[in-house]
Design a binder for this molecule. Structure first.
Ligand SMILES: *[C@@H]1O[C@H](CO)[C@@H](O)[C@H](O)[C@H]1NC(C)=O
Ligand SMILES: *[C@@H]1O[C@H](CO)[C@@H](O)[C@H](O)[C@H]1NC(C)=O
Ligand SMILES: *[C@@H]1O[C@H](CO)[C@@H](O)[C@H](O)[C@H]1NC(C)=O
Length: 531
Protein backbone atom coordinates (compact mmCIF):
# COMPACT_ATOMS: atom_id res chain seq x y z
CA UNK A 1 0.00 0.00 0.00
CA UNK A 2 1.07 3.52 -0.63
CA UNK A 3 -1.04 6.23 0.94
CA UNK A 4 0.23 9.71 1.34
CA UNK A 5 -1.15 12.89 2.78
CA UNK A 6 -0.92 15.96 0.66
CA UNK A 7 -1.35 19.29 2.22
CA UNK A 8 -2.72 21.70 -0.24
CA UNK A 9 -1.96 25.02 1.28
CA UNK A 10 -3.95 27.81 -0.26
CA UNK A 11 -1.56 30.70 -0.33
CA UNK A 12 -0.96 30.36 3.40
CA UNK A 13 2.01 29.01 5.27
CA UNK A 14 1.54 25.38 6.20
CA UNK A 15 1.27 25.89 9.93
CA UNK A 16 -1.60 28.31 9.61
CA UNK A 17 -3.33 26.45 6.87
CA UNK A 18 -3.35 22.83 7.72
CA UNK A 19 -3.39 22.39 11.48
CA UNK A 20 -1.71 19.39 13.06
CA UNK A 21 -0.92 16.46 10.82
CA UNK A 22 -2.77 13.29 11.51
CA UNK A 23 -0.59 10.28 11.72
CA UNK A 24 -2.14 7.22 10.23
CA UNK A 25 -0.05 4.13 10.38
CA UNK A 26 -2.53 1.40 9.65
CA UNK A 27 -1.23 -1.37 7.39
CA UNK A 28 2.28 -0.53 8.58
CA UNK A 29 2.34 2.19 6.04
CA UNK A 30 4.60 5.13 6.24
CA UNK A 31 2.65 8.11 5.02
CA UNK A 32 4.50 10.69 3.07
CA UNK A 33 3.55 14.28 3.54
CA UNK A 34 3.93 16.98 1.02
CA UNK A 35 3.09 20.62 1.13
CA UNK A 36 1.68 22.18 -1.97
CA UNK A 37 0.96 25.77 -2.47
CA UNK A 38 -2.24 26.50 -4.33
CA UNK A 39 -2.52 30.11 -5.25
CA UNK A 40 -5.78 31.53 -3.97
CA UNK A 41 -6.14 33.60 -7.13
CA UNK A 42 -5.31 32.89 -10.76
CA UNK A 43 -1.55 32.54 -11.28
CA UNK A 44 -0.03 34.28 -14.29
CA UNK A 45 1.11 30.99 -15.83
CA UNK A 46 -2.37 29.45 -15.85
CA UNK A 47 -4.04 28.59 -19.18
CA UNK A 48 -7.49 29.91 -20.02
CA UNK A 49 -9.41 26.85 -21.18
CA UNK A 50 -11.71 27.25 -24.20
CA UNK A 51 -15.34 26.43 -23.39
CA UNK A 52 -15.35 23.78 -26.13
CA UNK A 53 -12.31 21.92 -24.79
CA UNK A 54 -14.02 18.51 -24.74
CA UNK A 55 -14.89 16.90 -28.07
CA UNK A 56 -15.23 13.55 -29.80
CA UNK A 57 -13.67 12.06 -32.92
CA UNK A 58 -15.38 9.79 -35.45
CA UNK A 59 -13.62 7.87 -38.23
CA UNK A 60 -14.89 9.42 -41.48
CA UNK A 61 -16.12 6.29 -43.25
CA UNK A 62 -18.30 5.35 -40.25
CA UNK A 63 -20.02 8.69 -39.75
CA UNK A 64 -23.37 7.27 -40.82
CA UNK A 65 -23.17 4.59 -38.13
CA UNK A 66 -23.20 7.45 -35.62
CA UNK A 67 -26.11 9.25 -37.27
CA UNK A 68 -28.67 7.94 -34.78
CA UNK A 69 -30.59 9.13 -31.73
CA UNK A 70 -28.35 7.24 -29.32
CA UNK A 71 -25.16 9.01 -30.45
CA UNK A 72 -27.00 12.33 -30.66
CA UNK A 73 -28.14 11.87 -27.06
CA UNK A 74 -24.59 11.21 -25.85
CA UNK A 75 -23.36 14.35 -27.60
CA UNK A 76 -26.30 16.33 -26.16
CA UNK A 77 -25.53 14.97 -22.68
CA UNK A 78 -22.07 16.53 -23.05
CA UNK A 79 -23.45 19.71 -24.66
CA UNK A 80 -25.69 20.34 -21.64
CA UNK A 81 -22.58 20.59 -19.44
CA UNK A 82 -20.82 23.09 -21.70
CA UNK A 83 -21.34 26.78 -22.41
CA UNK A 84 -20.46 26.27 -26.08
CA UNK A 85 -21.22 23.46 -28.55
CA UNK A 86 -18.65 20.67 -28.55
CA UNK A 87 -16.74 19.88 -31.73
CA UNK A 88 -16.99 16.50 -33.41
CA UNK A 89 -14.03 15.68 -35.62
CA UNK A 90 -15.03 13.59 -38.62
CA UNK A 91 -11.69 12.51 -39.98
CA UNK A 92 -9.01 9.85 -40.13
CA UNK A 93 -7.28 7.63 -42.66
CA UNK A 94 -10.49 6.48 -44.37
CA UNK A 95 -11.64 10.03 -45.05
CA UNK A 96 -8.30 11.00 -46.50
CA UNK A 97 -8.74 8.44 -49.28
CA UNK A 98 -12.38 8.99 -50.12
CA UNK A 99 -13.35 8.70 -53.77
CA UNK A 100 -16.46 10.74 -54.43
CA UNK A 101 -18.78 9.56 -57.18
CA UNK A 102 -21.72 11.88 -57.82
CA UNK A 103 -23.55 9.13 -59.73
CA UNK A 104 -23.24 6.34 -57.15
CA UNK A 105 -26.54 5.26 -55.59
CA UNK A 106 -25.01 3.34 -52.67
CA UNK A 107 -23.96 5.27 -49.58
CA UNK A 108 -20.46 3.79 -49.70
CA UNK A 109 -18.60 0.90 -51.31
CA UNK A 110 -15.33 -0.49 -50.05
CA UNK A 111 -13.17 -0.69 -53.18
CA UNK A 112 -9.59 -1.38 -52.03
CA UNK A 113 -7.47 -2.25 -48.99
CA UNK A 114 -8.64 -4.36 -46.05
CA UNK A 115 -12.37 -4.25 -46.79
CA UNK A 116 -14.94 -3.94 -45.40
CA UNK A 117 -13.91 -2.31 -42.11
CA UNK A 118 -10.13 -2.26 -41.87
CA UNK A 119 -8.11 0.84 -41.13
CA UNK A 120 -6.49 0.77 -44.58
CA UNK A 121 -9.67 0.45 -46.66
CA UNK A 122 -10.56 2.81 -49.50
CA UNK A 123 -14.22 3.79 -49.86
CA UNK A 124 -16.13 5.13 -52.84
CA UNK A 125 -18.96 7.37 -51.71
CA UNK A 126 -22.22 8.44 -53.25
CA UNK A 127 -23.84 11.78 -52.39
CA UNK A 128 -26.13 10.08 -49.83
CA UNK A 129 -23.06 9.50 -47.63
CA UNK A 130 -23.21 13.19 -46.76
CA UNK A 131 -26.52 12.71 -44.93
CA UNK A 132 -24.25 11.78 -42.03
CA UNK A 133 -23.04 15.38 -41.83
CA UNK A 134 -26.55 16.34 -40.72
CA UNK A 135 -25.92 14.53 -37.43
CA UNK A 136 -25.26 16.34 -34.15
CA UNK A 137 -27.22 19.55 -34.68
CA UNK A 138 -26.09 20.86 -31.28
CA UNK A 139 -22.40 20.39 -32.04
CA UNK A 140 -19.95 21.74 -34.58
CA UNK A 141 -18.33 19.30 -36.97
CA UNK A 142 -14.87 19.55 -38.49
CA UNK A 143 -14.85 18.36 -42.10
CA UNK A 144 -11.71 16.70 -43.39
CA UNK A 145 -10.64 17.44 -46.96
CA UNK A 146 -9.16 14.28 -48.57
CA UNK A 147 -5.51 14.82 -49.48
CA UNK A 148 -3.77 11.52 -49.43
CA UNK A 149 -3.18 11.14 -53.11
CA UNK A 150 -0.43 13.65 -53.75
CA UNK A 151 -0.81 15.98 -55.51
CA UNK A 152 -4.42 15.92 -54.43
CA UNK A 153 -6.90 15.65 -57.34
CA UNK A 154 -8.85 18.82 -56.66
CA UNK A 155 -12.05 17.80 -58.42
CA UNK A 156 -12.55 14.85 -56.06
CA UNK A 157 -11.68 16.78 -52.89
CA UNK A 158 -13.87 19.74 -53.83
CA UNK A 159 -16.87 17.57 -54.73
CA UNK A 160 -16.63 15.81 -51.37
CA UNK A 161 -16.13 18.97 -49.29
CA UNK A 162 -19.01 20.65 -51.11
CA UNK A 163 -21.27 17.69 -50.34
CA UNK A 164 -20.41 17.67 -46.61
CA UNK A 165 -20.61 21.45 -46.35
CA UNK A 166 -24.05 21.58 -47.97
CA UNK A 167 -25.31 18.86 -45.64
CA UNK A 168 -24.20 21.10 -42.77
CA UNK A 169 -26.50 23.71 -44.26
CA UNK A 170 -23.57 25.67 -45.71
CA UNK A 171 -23.55 27.22 -42.24
CA UNK A 172 -20.11 28.19 -41.00
CA UNK A 173 -21.41 28.28 -37.41
CA UNK A 174 -22.10 24.53 -37.65
CA UNK A 175 -18.60 23.73 -38.89
CA UNK A 176 -15.54 24.15 -36.69
CA UNK A 177 -12.92 23.88 -39.43
CA UNK A 178 -11.96 22.21 -42.65
CA UNK A 179 -9.03 19.96 -41.88
CA UNK A 180 -6.40 19.69 -44.61
CA UNK A 181 -5.57 15.99 -44.86
CA UNK A 182 -4.72 13.43 -42.20
CA UNK A 183 -1.37 12.25 -40.84
CA UNK A 184 0.65 13.80 -43.70
CA UNK A 185 3.85 12.65 -42.02
CA UNK A 186 2.82 9.17 -43.21
CA UNK A 187 2.31 10.30 -46.84
CA UNK A 188 4.76 8.62 -49.17
CA UNK A 189 7.87 10.66 -50.00
CA UNK A 190 6.34 13.78 -48.50
CA UNK A 191 8.21 16.40 -46.48
CA UNK A 192 6.66 19.10 -44.30
CA UNK A 193 7.28 21.55 -47.16
CA UNK A 194 5.59 19.25 -49.72
CA UNK A 195 2.55 18.92 -47.48
CA UNK A 196 2.38 22.65 -46.78
CA UNK A 197 2.55 23.44 -50.49
CA UNK A 198 -0.19 21.00 -51.46
CA UNK A 199 -2.35 22.02 -48.48
CA UNK A 200 -2.22 25.68 -49.52
CA UNK A 201 -3.27 24.70 -53.05
CA UNK A 202 -6.22 22.68 -51.70
CA UNK A 203 -7.11 25.46 -49.26
CA UNK A 204 -7.29 28.05 -52.04
CA UNK A 205 -9.50 25.80 -54.16
CA UNK A 206 -11.88 25.18 -51.21
CA UNK A 207 -12.13 28.90 -50.46
CA UNK A 208 -13.15 29.48 -54.09
CA UNK A 209 -15.52 26.49 -54.18
CA UNK A 210 -17.38 27.50 -51.01
CA UNK A 211 -17.16 31.22 -51.69
CA UNK A 212 -15.59 31.98 -48.31
CA UNK A 213 -14.98 35.69 -47.82
CA UNK A 214 -12.82 37.88 -45.60
CA UNK A 215 -12.30 36.47 -42.11
CA UNK A 216 -14.55 33.57 -43.09
CA UNK A 217 -11.56 32.21 -45.01
CA UNK A 218 -9.67 31.70 -41.75
CA UNK A 219 -11.17 28.28 -41.40
CA UNK A 220 -8.54 25.57 -41.82
CA UNK A 221 -7.10 23.03 -39.42
CA UNK A 222 -3.58 22.02 -40.42
CA UNK A 223 -1.18 19.15 -39.77
CA UNK A 224 -3.12 16.41 -37.95
CA UNK A 225 0.23 14.65 -37.70
CA UNK A 226 0.42 11.04 -36.56
CA UNK A 227 1.32 10.20 -33.01
CA UNK A 228 4.31 7.93 -33.57
CA UNK A 229 7.58 8.83 -31.91
CA UNK A 230 9.58 8.58 -35.17
CA UNK A 231 7.13 10.66 -37.20
CA UNK A 232 8.96 12.37 -40.06
CA UNK A 233 7.65 15.79 -39.12
CA UNK A 234 5.26 17.47 -36.72
CA UNK A 235 3.21 20.62 -36.26
CA UNK A 236 6.28 22.79 -35.64
CA UNK A 237 7.83 21.71 -38.96
CA UNK A 238 4.62 22.27 -40.90
CA UNK A 239 4.33 25.77 -39.47
CA UNK A 240 7.98 26.44 -40.20
CA UNK A 241 7.31 25.37 -43.80
CA UNK A 242 4.97 28.36 -44.03
CA UNK A 243 1.56 26.73 -44.06
CA UNK A 244 0.05 29.62 -42.10
CA UNK A 245 1.89 32.52 -43.71
CA UNK A 246 -1.41 33.45 -45.36
CA UNK A 247 -3.06 33.45 -41.89
CA UNK A 248 -5.91 31.27 -43.12
CA UNK A 249 -5.49 28.51 -40.52
CA UNK A 250 -7.64 28.51 -37.39
CA UNK A 251 -5.92 25.63 -35.59
CA UNK A 252 -3.10 23.09 -35.73
CA UNK A 253 -3.61 19.50 -34.65
CA UNK A 254 -1.73 16.39 -33.60
CA UNK A 255 -2.78 12.84 -32.84
CA UNK A 256 -1.92 11.13 -29.58
CA UNK A 257 -1.90 7.47 -28.59
CA UNK A 258 -0.43 6.56 -25.23
CA UNK A 259 0.52 2.92 -25.90
CA UNK A 260 1.30 1.25 -29.21
CA UNK A 261 3.11 -1.87 -30.36
CA UNK A 262 3.17 -5.36 -28.87
CA UNK A 263 2.36 -5.85 -25.22
CA UNK A 264 1.32 -8.51 -22.71
CA UNK A 265 -1.61 -6.31 -21.60
CA UNK A 266 -1.11 -6.99 -17.90
CA UNK A 267 -2.25 -4.84 -14.98
CA UNK A 268 1.40 -3.98 -14.43
CA UNK A 269 1.64 -2.58 -17.96
CA UNK A 270 -1.61 -0.72 -17.56
CA UNK A 271 -0.29 0.84 -14.37
CA UNK A 272 3.14 1.86 -15.58
CA UNK A 273 2.34 2.85 -19.18
CA UNK A 274 -1.25 4.01 -19.16
CA UNK A 275 -2.45 4.81 -15.63
CA UNK A 276 0.64 6.86 -14.97
CA UNK A 277 0.78 10.62 -14.75
CA UNK A 278 4.51 10.31 -15.26
CA UNK A 279 4.08 8.36 -18.52
CA UNK A 280 1.48 10.84 -19.76
CA UNK A 281 3.44 13.96 -18.91
CA UNK A 282 6.74 12.58 -20.22
CA UNK A 283 5.17 11.76 -23.56
CA UNK A 284 3.53 15.18 -23.70
CA UNK A 285 6.88 16.78 -22.99
CA UNK A 286 9.05 14.69 -25.32
CA UNK A 287 6.81 14.41 -28.34
CA UNK A 288 4.41 17.36 -28.14
CA UNK A 289 5.79 20.32 -26.14
CA UNK A 290 7.55 21.81 -29.21
CA UNK A 291 4.37 21.52 -31.28
CA UNK A 292 2.20 23.14 -28.61
CA UNK A 293 4.71 25.98 -28.24
CA UNK A 294 5.05 26.52 -32.02
CA UNK A 295 1.30 26.51 -32.50
CA UNK A 296 0.64 28.97 -29.72
CA UNK A 297 3.52 31.19 -30.87
CA UNK A 298 1.78 31.33 -34.25
CA UNK A 299 -1.45 32.36 -32.52
CA UNK A 300 -3.16 29.08 -33.42
CA UNK A 301 -5.18 26.99 -30.96
CA UNK A 302 -3.51 23.59 -30.65
CA UNK A 303 -5.78 20.55 -30.79
CA UNK A 304 -5.28 16.92 -29.86
CA UNK A 305 -7.70 15.84 -32.56
CA UNK A 306 -7.39 12.06 -32.33
CA UNK A 307 -6.53 10.61 -28.94
CA UNK A 308 -6.69 7.25 -27.22
CA UNK A 309 -4.94 5.32 -24.50
CA UNK A 310 -4.03 2.48 -26.88
CA UNK A 311 -3.55 2.27 -30.63
CA UNK A 312 -4.77 -1.26 -31.18
CA UNK A 313 -4.43 -4.98 -30.65
CA UNK A 314 -5.33 -4.71 -26.98
CA UNK A 315 -8.11 -6.47 -25.08
CA UNK A 316 -11.27 -4.44 -24.50
CA UNK A 317 -10.27 -3.98 -20.85
CA UNK A 318 -7.54 -1.65 -22.17
CA UNK A 319 -9.52 -0.17 -25.05
CA UNK A 320 -12.81 0.74 -23.42
CA UNK A 321 -12.67 -0.12 -19.73
CA UNK A 322 -12.59 2.30 -16.82
CA UNK A 323 -8.76 2.27 -16.85
CA UNK A 324 -9.06 4.08 -20.18
CA UNK A 325 -11.57 6.46 -18.59
CA UNK A 326 -9.13 7.37 -15.81
CA UNK A 327 -6.39 7.78 -18.42
CA UNK A 328 -8.68 10.10 -20.41
CA UNK A 329 -9.33 12.21 -17.31
CA UNK A 330 -5.66 12.71 -16.49
CA UNK A 331 -4.67 13.11 -20.13
CA UNK A 332 -7.37 15.76 -20.68
CA UNK A 333 -6.41 17.64 -17.52
CA UNK A 334 -2.67 17.44 -18.28
CA UNK A 335 -3.33 18.73 -21.81
CA UNK A 336 -5.37 21.70 -20.68
CA UNK A 337 -2.72 22.60 -18.11
CA UNK A 338 -0.14 22.63 -20.95
CA UNK A 339 -2.01 24.96 -23.24
CA UNK A 340 -3.89 22.48 -25.42
CA UNK A 341 -7.16 24.06 -26.59
CA UNK A 342 -9.17 20.95 -27.32
CA UNK A 343 -9.01 17.18 -26.84
CA UNK A 344 -11.11 14.90 -29.04
CA UNK A 345 -11.88 11.55 -27.44
CA UNK A 346 -12.33 8.65 -29.78
CA UNK A 347 -15.69 7.33 -30.73
CA UNK A 348 -13.81 6.04 -33.74
CA UNK A 349 -15.36 3.19 -35.69
CA UNK A 350 -17.76 0.59 -34.30
CA UNK A 351 -15.44 -2.38 -34.74
CA UNK A 352 -12.32 -0.80 -33.24
CA UNK A 353 -13.09 -1.32 -29.56
CA UNK A 354 -11.07 1.67 -28.38
CA UNK A 355 -13.98 3.93 -27.80
CA UNK A 356 -16.22 5.95 -25.52
CA UNK A 357 -19.31 4.37 -27.07
CA UNK A 358 -20.30 1.89 -29.76
CA UNK A 359 -23.11 3.36 -31.86
CA UNK A 360 -24.68 0.24 -33.38
CA UNK A 361 -24.31 -3.56 -33.69
CA UNK A 362 -21.92 -3.52 -36.68
CA UNK A 363 -18.86 -4.20 -34.49
CA UNK A 364 -20.18 -7.76 -34.06
CA UNK A 365 -18.51 -9.94 -31.43
CA UNK A 366 -15.31 -7.91 -31.64
CA UNK A 367 -16.95 -4.90 -30.11
CA UNK A 368 -20.62 -5.42 -29.29
CA UNK A 369 -23.06 -2.55 -29.49
CA UNK A 370 -24.93 -0.36 -29.20
CA UNK A 371 -23.29 0.36 -25.86
CA UNK A 372 -21.98 3.20 -23.77
CA UNK A 373 -18.51 2.13 -22.67
CA UNK A 374 -16.80 2.79 -19.36
CA UNK A 375 -14.71 5.80 -20.50
CA UNK A 376 -17.69 7.96 -21.54
CA UNK A 377 -18.27 9.66 -18.14
CA UNK A 378 -14.68 10.95 -18.34
CA UNK A 379 -15.87 13.42 -20.99
CA UNK A 380 -18.59 14.68 -18.64
CA UNK A 381 -16.05 14.94 -15.79
CA UNK A 382 -13.76 17.08 -17.95
CA UNK A 383 -16.64 19.29 -19.11
CA UNK A 384 -17.73 19.85 -15.50
CA UNK A 385 -14.18 20.78 -14.55
CA UNK A 386 -14.05 23.32 -17.39
CA UNK A 387 -17.40 24.62 -16.10
CA UNK A 388 -20.51 26.10 -17.62
CA UNK A 389 -22.22 29.44 -17.64
CA UNK A 390 -19.76 31.23 -15.43
CA UNK A 391 -17.29 32.58 -17.97
CA UNK A 392 -14.06 30.92 -18.85
CA UNK A 393 -11.83 29.10 -16.40
CA UNK A 394 -8.06 29.10 -16.13
CA UNK A 395 -6.23 25.94 -15.13
CA UNK A 396 -2.98 25.28 -13.35
CA UNK A 397 -1.49 21.91 -12.53
CA UNK A 398 -0.30 21.48 -8.96
CA UNK A 399 3.11 19.93 -8.94
CA UNK A 400 2.98 16.77 -6.83
CA UNK A 401 6.35 15.64 -8.17
CA UNK A 402 5.57 13.07 -10.87
CA UNK A 403 8.97 11.45 -10.37
CA UNK A 404 8.06 10.42 -6.82
CA UNK A 405 4.30 10.18 -7.25
CA UNK A 406 3.62 8.89 -10.75
CA UNK A 407 0.05 7.86 -9.99
CA UNK A 408 -1.37 11.05 -8.54
CA UNK A 409 -2.20 14.39 -10.04
CA UNK A 410 -3.96 17.60 -9.02
CA UNK A 411 -5.26 20.61 -10.92
CA UNK A 412 -6.74 23.94 -9.87
CA UNK A 413 -9.38 25.81 -11.86
CA UNK A 414 -9.78 29.55 -11.43
CA UNK A 415 -12.35 32.03 -12.55
CA UNK A 416 -10.53 33.53 -15.54
CA UNK A 417 -12.64 36.64 -15.94
CA UNK A 418 -14.35 38.05 -12.86
CA UNK A 419 -12.16 37.90 -9.82
CA UNK A 420 -9.63 35.17 -10.55
CA UNK A 421 -10.72 33.14 -7.50
CA UNK A 422 -10.04 29.44 -7.07
CA UNK A 423 -13.24 27.58 -8.01
CA UNK A 424 -12.49 23.88 -8.29
CA UNK A 425 -9.75 21.35 -7.65
CA UNK A 426 -9.51 18.07 -9.57
CA UNK A 427 -7.66 15.21 -7.89
CA UNK A 428 -6.81 12.00 -9.72
CA UNK A 429 -5.66 8.76 -8.11
CA UNK A 430 -4.44 6.55 -10.96
CA UNK A 431 -3.21 3.75 -8.73
CA UNK A 432 -4.67 0.63 -10.31
CA UNK A 433 -7.33 -1.13 -8.30
CA UNK A 434 -8.68 -4.26 -9.99
CA UNK A 435 -11.95 -5.18 -8.29
CA UNK A 436 -12.09 -8.47 -10.19
CA UNK A 437 -8.93 -9.64 -8.47
CA UNK A 438 -8.74 -7.78 -5.19
CA UNK A 439 -11.51 -7.41 -2.64
CA UNK A 440 -12.91 -3.98 -1.96
CA UNK A 441 -11.63 -3.86 1.62
CA UNK A 442 -8.13 -3.97 0.20
CA UNK A 443 -8.68 -0.94 -1.97
CA UNK A 444 -6.13 1.69 -1.02
CA UNK A 445 -6.87 5.37 -0.78
CA UNK A 446 -5.16 8.73 -0.59
CA UNK A 447 -6.21 11.57 1.63
CA UNK A 448 -5.74 15.09 0.38
CA UNK A 449 -6.08 17.80 2.99
CA UNK A 450 -7.33 20.92 1.31
CA UNK A 451 -7.33 24.15 3.27
CA UNK A 452 -10.22 26.42 2.39
CA UNK A 453 -10.91 30.11 2.75
CA UNK A 454 -12.02 31.39 6.12
CA UNK A 455 -15.73 31.09 6.79
CA UNK A 456 -16.24 28.11 4.47
CA UNK A 457 -18.03 25.41 6.48
CA UNK A 458 -18.05 22.62 3.92
CA UNK A 459 -17.09 21.80 0.34
CA UNK A 460 -18.92 19.80 -2.31
CA UNK A 461 -17.20 16.75 -3.76
CA UNK A 462 -18.20 14.77 -6.85
CA UNK A 463 -16.68 11.41 -7.69
CA UNK A 464 -15.91 9.46 -10.85
CA UNK A 465 -16.30 6.02 -9.41
CA UNK A 466 -16.49 2.32 -10.25
CA UNK A 467 -16.80 -0.41 -7.59
CA UNK A 468 -14.58 -2.59 -9.76
CA UNK A 469 -12.02 0.15 -10.26
CA UNK A 470 -9.97 -0.09 -13.46
CA UNK A 471 -11.59 -3.44 -14.28
CA UNK A 472 -15.09 -1.95 -14.64
CA UNK A 473 -16.47 -2.21 -18.17
CA UNK A 474 -19.59 -0.12 -17.76
CA UNK A 475 -23.21 -1.21 -17.31
CA UNK A 476 -24.01 -1.95 -20.96
CA UNK A 477 -21.01 -4.21 -21.50
CA UNK A 478 -20.52 -5.74 -18.05
CA UNK A 479 -23.85 -5.49 -16.26
CA UNK A 480 -24.66 -3.96 -12.87
CA UNK A 481 -21.38 -5.08 -11.26
CA UNK A 482 -19.48 -2.93 -13.76
CA UNK A 483 -21.20 0.42 -13.27
CA UNK A 484 -19.21 3.60 -13.75
CA UNK A 485 -20.77 6.71 -12.25
CA UNK A 486 -19.96 10.39 -12.26
CA UNK A 487 -21.51 12.04 -9.20
CA UNK A 488 -23.96 9.15 -9.00
CA UNK A 489 -25.14 9.47 -12.60
CA UNK A 490 -24.69 6.99 -15.38
CA UNK A 491 -25.08 6.81 -19.15
CA UNK A 492 -26.33 3.66 -20.82
CA UNK A 493 -27.83 2.53 -24.11
CA UNK A 494 -30.19 -0.04 -22.65
CA UNK A 495 -31.56 2.16 -19.85
CA UNK A 496 -31.56 5.72 -21.13
CA UNK A 497 -30.36 5.66 -24.80
CA UNK A 498 -27.49 7.93 -23.82
CA UNK A 499 -29.58 10.59 -22.06
CA UNK A 500 -28.16 9.74 -18.64
CA UNK A 501 -29.99 8.65 -15.51
CA UNK A 502 -29.69 8.71 -11.76
CA UNK A 503 -29.75 11.43 -9.16
CA UNK A 504 -26.73 13.67 -8.77
CA UNK A 505 -24.81 12.81 -5.61
CA UNK A 506 -23.07 15.77 -4.05
CA UNK A 507 -20.96 14.71 -1.13
CA UNK A 508 -20.61 17.34 1.53
CA UNK A 509 -17.24 17.36 3.25
CA UNK A 510 -17.23 19.32 6.48
CA UNK A 511 -14.35 21.69 7.03
CA UNK A 512 -12.44 21.15 10.26
CA UNK A 513 -9.85 23.63 11.47
CA UNK A 514 -9.93 25.26 8.05
CA UNK A 515 -9.22 22.00 6.22
CA UNK A 516 -11.41 19.73 4.11
CA UNK A 517 -10.02 16.18 4.15
CA UNK A 518 -11.00 14.37 0.96
CA UNK A 519 -10.48 10.67 0.61
CA UNK A 520 -9.80 9.30 -2.90
CA UNK A 521 -9.78 5.53 -3.34
CA UNK A 522 -7.34 4.05 -5.85
CA UNK A 523 -8.64 4.27 -9.44
CA UNK A 524 -10.91 7.20 -8.78
CA UNK A 525 -11.00 10.92 -9.60
CA UNK A 526 -12.84 13.74 -7.86
CA UNK A 527 -13.67 17.37 -8.32
CA UNK A 528 -13.86 19.53 -5.22
CA UNK A 529 -16.16 22.51 -5.73
CA UNK A 530 -14.88 25.24 -3.45
CA UNK A 531 -17.55 27.83 -4.06
C1 LIG B 1 -12.08 13.83 -61.20
O1 LIG B 1 -11.35 13.69 -62.40
C2 LIG B 1 -10.96 12.34 -62.67
C3 LIG B 1 -10.04 12.37 -63.88
O2 LIG B 1 -10.67 13.02 -64.94
C4 LIG B 1 -12.21 11.50 -62.87
O3 LIG B 1 -11.84 10.15 -63.11
C5 LIG B 1 -13.07 11.57 -61.63
O4 LIG B 1 -14.29 10.90 -61.84
C6 LIG B 1 -13.37 13.02 -61.28
N1 LIG B 1 -14.08 13.04 -59.99
C7 LIG B 1 -15.14 13.79 -59.74
C8 LIG B 1 -15.77 13.70 -58.38
O5 LIG B 1 -15.61 14.54 -60.57
C1 LIG C 1 -8.30 -7.55 -13.59
O1 LIG C 1 -8.29 -8.91 -13.19
C2 LIG C 1 -8.87 -9.80 -14.10
C3 LIG C 1 -8.87 -11.19 -13.44
O2 LIG C 1 -7.58 -11.55 -13.10
C4 LIG C 1 -8.12 -9.77 -15.41
O3 LIG C 1 -8.77 -10.59 -16.36
C5 LIG C 1 -8.06 -8.32 -15.95
O4 LIG C 1 -7.24 -8.25 -17.10
C6 LIG C 1 -7.49 -7.41 -14.89
N1 LIG C 1 -7.35 -6.01 -15.32
C7 LIG C 1 -8.33 -5.23 -15.77
C8 LIG C 1 -7.96 -3.82 -16.05
O5 LIG C 1 -9.49 -5.58 -15.92
C1 LIG D 1 -25.83 -0.36 -11.57
O1 LIG D 1 -26.62 0.50 -12.39
C2 LIG D 1 -27.91 -0.01 -12.65
C3 LIG D 1 -28.53 0.93 -13.67
O2 LIG D 1 -28.62 2.23 -13.15
C4 LIG D 1 -28.69 -0.11 -11.35
O3 LIG D 1 -29.96 -0.66 -11.60
C5 LIG D 1 -27.92 -1.00 -10.38
O4 LIG D 1 -28.56 -0.99 -9.13
C6 LIG D 1 -26.49 -0.55 -10.22
N1 LIG D 1 -25.77 -1.54 -9.46
C7 LIG D 1 -24.95 -1.27 -8.45
C8 LIG D 1 -24.26 -2.42 -7.82
O5 LIG D 1 -24.78 -0.14 -8.08
Amino acid sequence: MHPAIYILSIGLPLAQAAGPLQSNDNNNVKRATQTLKIDATKPTDSFTVPADFVGFGIESAFLNNFHNDFSANLVSSLRQRMSQPPVIRVGGTSGDKFIFDPDQKEVKKCVAGDCPQGSDATYRLGPSFCEGYKAFPDARISIQAPMQESPTPLNNTLAFVRCAWDARGGDASKVAAIALGNEPNFYKDTTAADYAKDAIRVQKAIIDELGLQGDGRRFFEVANTASSQDAKFGVADVLKAGINENKLSNSAADHYYQISGKHDWTDDEMQTQMLSHRAITERLQNRYAASIAASRAAGLPYIMSETAAVLGGAPLSFMSGFGYGLWAVDFGLACMARGVSRVMNLAGRPVAGRTFWVPDPTGGDKSPGPQVRAPYPAAIFLADFVGKGEGLGAVKELDLGAADHPYLSAYAMYDAQQNGKLERVALVNLRLYNGTRISSDQRGAETFRVPVSQGVQSVKVRRLHADRGAAAMGYDFGGAEHNVTWAGQQWSYSIDQGKGHGTVVDEEVKVQDGVAAVNIPDSEAVIIFLR
